[in-house]
Design a protein around this ligand. Structure first.
Ligand code: SIN
Ligand code: FE2
Length: 216
């Protein structure tokens, strides 16, 4: 029998505190979508997605690029922020105003006023791509929050505690959802489960994640 749930899908609260200092804002990015998509095309034309290699020699399943004053990179020598795109030898594309507006608005909505990110890591997941459990700790200080925007296909986001072995809670992140974490949860471990198949009407067979940070 078809239930109401099958017709309208899950009903999530518009705002959910997922840990101390961590908030999930449903659909927060939707009103920015047009400008963000156009800006994304400009950025990726200058700095295309690429799959980077971890220090251990593993090629990541997630393809990445960056914009802003520096970009997060990994290779055999380690993880770091770098002002230049190693692939082109040029500075990373500037952070588009639409990206900044989205990040600052979402941060303020989550209780982090005055957040102006200097970097944005852009992740592209295709079916099967995943991100293993990690902390974001390559930034200079941890006083500033992280703003993580989901676009395209849905994914399962796993959010744990300050220890690698702490239990994780799972959240389905859909197109337009934004997670902001900082303060007591700034160094919480998190991961993204292998992306399932599917086709999104604007993003195709992909999930795009924009991760805004204050890194420098
Ligand atoms: C990340 O941890 O850098 C990405 C998180 C996500 O894709 O939602
Ligand atoms: Fe992360």
């Amino acid at each position: 029998m078809t239930s109401l749930f099958d017709i309208i899908g899950p009903i999530d609260p518009p705002r959910e505190t997922i840990a101390e200092g961590a908030v999930l804002l449903r659909g927060q990015a939707v009103s920015f979508e047009r400008d963000v998509l156009a800006a994304l095309e400009t950025v990726t034309a200058q700095a295309p997605f690429r799959r980077m290699t971890t220090p251990g020699g593993h090629v990541m399943s997630v393809a990445m690029t960056n914009c802003g004053a520096a970009g997060w990179v990994t290779d055999r020598t380690g993880y770091r922020y770098h002002a230049v795109d190693p692939q082109s030898g040029r500075p990373w594309p500037e952070m588009p105003p639409a990206f900044q507006a989205l990040a600052s608005t979402a941060a303020a909505e989550a209780g982090y006023g005055e957040f102006a990110p200097d970097v944005c890591l852009i992740n592209r997941y295709e079916p099967g791509a995943r991100l293993s459990l990690h902390q974001d700790r390559n930034e200079r200080d941890f006083a500033r929050p992280i703003v993580s925007v989901s676009l395209g296909l849905p994914a399962i986001f796993q959010f744990g505690g300050l220890k690698r072995t702490d239990p994780v809670r799972e959240f389905a992140l859909r197109h337009g959802d934004v997670v902001v974490w900082g303060g007591a949860s700034r160094l919480c471990f998190h991961s993204v489960a292998a992306l399932k198949g599917g086709v999104h009407d604007r993003f195709g067979r992909a999930r795009i994640n924009l991760t805004f940070r204050g890194a420098l």
